[in-house]
Design a protein around this ligand. Structure first.
Ligand SMILES: Cc1cc2nc3c(=O)[nH]c(=O)nc-3n(C[C@H](O)[C@H](O)[C@H](O)COP(=O)(O)OP(=O)(O)OC[C@H]3O[C@@H](n4cnc5c(N)ncnc54)[C@H](O)[C@@H]3O)c2cc1C
Length: 388
């Protein structure tokens, strides 16, 4: 897969300014790469990395300039998500993307000026860490069944309940939190911003994961946590709608990163297969490998085009892009399982040791068909959209 050819095809999309962003992110990601294995082993990475990303503007690419964001478009985010893979650490990338593209866009869109100043501006600067709290122990797919409650008491909400699987959970300064403020079902959910330095909030277990190890994933407990009503995002009981719109950006950025990750894995596999000899010739001279590689290059190109189509649709009309975004996540997520399996297999025994990024990428990639909505849920959404 020649990088040159890929870039030529994309010239109609990416301007010199986009390419400048690409260079900035690549340099940043490459500076993180040497620490990748160490941070995976530690199960965490330095907080300073958020600040470095913030200083480069990467935590607020599309956020308003009033909060220190760059006010740019989704193609810049595309460059960011694509180049971040050069960190060779999916955990770090996920943590940064939760901050930039999952926990904060909703504040940027519907937060009050006060909430933006208190939470969003420091998050964009990388001075505060953000988490997104939607999933619960009772279920992540069935978002309408959220049980964590926020009872109104004068000018406060009193929050009780639990969240699970929360990325950045052990050290977040605030959580963009989905809570039940009304009756059963999707009509009783609201979004609030909950600081974590409040009485009654505590972090439970840090979860031990098979992949994305450098990102901390935790369970969070809320026991009579009191926050002011003004920390609510948007109207009361309209949270389900915002969760669903927020999911679109999350799934899109996940798809973009997945495509870039597959491309990197195939490039690495080709490099390895050209050097490694068996039975007197490089591995890439075996037809079985050449065929697998071109099959995957074709799949990756298809996934990229579908993802770019989804980006384009989303930019033109965010309300009309659900179908394409859902397809992109489903297609890229499922394809990535096959691509990483083969890239690892091509490495033989070396693919099984953590020293080679492909071994970690193989376990990391498992998450994409689960997090942010499973492949089964993507299919359920498409079934509805296709009126089947
Ligand atoms: C590493 C990691 C990080 C995460 N980070 C966050 C985060 O920062 N914030 C956050 O809120 N959440 C986060 N999540 C949660 C993630 O979004 C959920 O795990 C995901 O939505 C699935 O929910 P669940 O795990 O409860 O699975 P379940 O909903 O219990 O599903 C279990 C299985 O049943 C299937 N299933 C469920 N319903 C249906 C259906 N209707 N039809 C067919 N099959 C179905 C699912 O596809 C899945 O295979 C994270 C998860 C992980 C693993």
């Amino acid at each position: 897969m020649t990088e040159h050819r890929v870039r030529m095809q994309n010239n109609e999309i990416f301007t010199d300014e986009h390419e400048a962003m690409r260079k900035t992110v690549r340099k940043f990601a490459e500076s993180l790469a040497p620490h990748s294995e160490e941070w995976d082993e530690a199960g965490i990475f330095p907080r300073e990395v958020f600040k470095q990303a913030g200083d480069l503007g990467l935590l607020g690419i599309r956020h308003g300039e009033d909060v220190g964001g760059l006010g740019l478009d989704w193609w810049y985010t595309t460059c960011y998500a694509e180049e971040l893979v050069h960190s060779h650490n999916a955990g770090v990338n996920m943590a940064l993307m939760v901050q930039s593209d999952m926990a904060t866009p909703i504040i940027n869109e519907i937060g009050s000026d006060e909430v933006k100043a208190e939470f969003l501006a420091p998050a964009v600067a990388g001075e505060k860490i953000a988490a997104l709290g939607v999933s619960e122990p009772g279920g992540g797919s069935d978002v309408a069944a959220i049980r964590c409650t926020a009872r109104r008491d004068g000018d406060d909400y009193v929050i009780n309940g639990q969240k699970l699987w929360i990325t950045n959970g052990t050290r977040a300064d605030f959580v963009t939190l989905a809570v039940r403020t009304g009756g059963e079902g999707f009509g009783g959910i609201s979004f609030v911003v909950c600081p974590t330095d409040v009485k009654g909030f505590h972090v439970g277990k840090k979860l031990k994961k098979i992949g994305n190890k450098a990102s901390d994933t935790a369970e969070l407990f809320f026991e009579d946590v009191r926050i002011p009503v003004r920390y609510r995002l948007g109207e009361e009981n309209h949270g389900f709608y915002h969760i669903m719109t927020n999911f679109q950006g999350e799934r899109l950025v996940g798809s973009i990163g997945t495509v870039a990750g597959m491309e990197m894995a195939v490039r690495d596999a080709i490099r390895y297969g050209e050097e490694r000899k068996a039975f007197g010739r490089p591995l890439t001279k075996f037809q079985v490998w050449r065929h697998k590689l071109v099959e995957h290059i074709t799949g990756i190109e298809a996934a990229r085009r579908l993802t770019y189509f989804a980006v384009d649709r989303f930019m033109k009309n965010p309300m009309e892009a659900t179908r394409e975004i859902t397809m992109a996540k489903l297609f890229a997520g499922d394809l990535a399982q096959k691509v990483l399996y083969d890239c690892m297999q091509l490495h033989g025994g070396f693919g099984y040791v953590t020293e080679y990024p492909v071994s970690r990428a193989w376990t990391d990639v498992r998450l994409i068909t689960i997090g942010g909505g499973t492949s089964e849920i993507m299919k359920e959404i498409l079934v509805k959209l296709e009126n089947l």
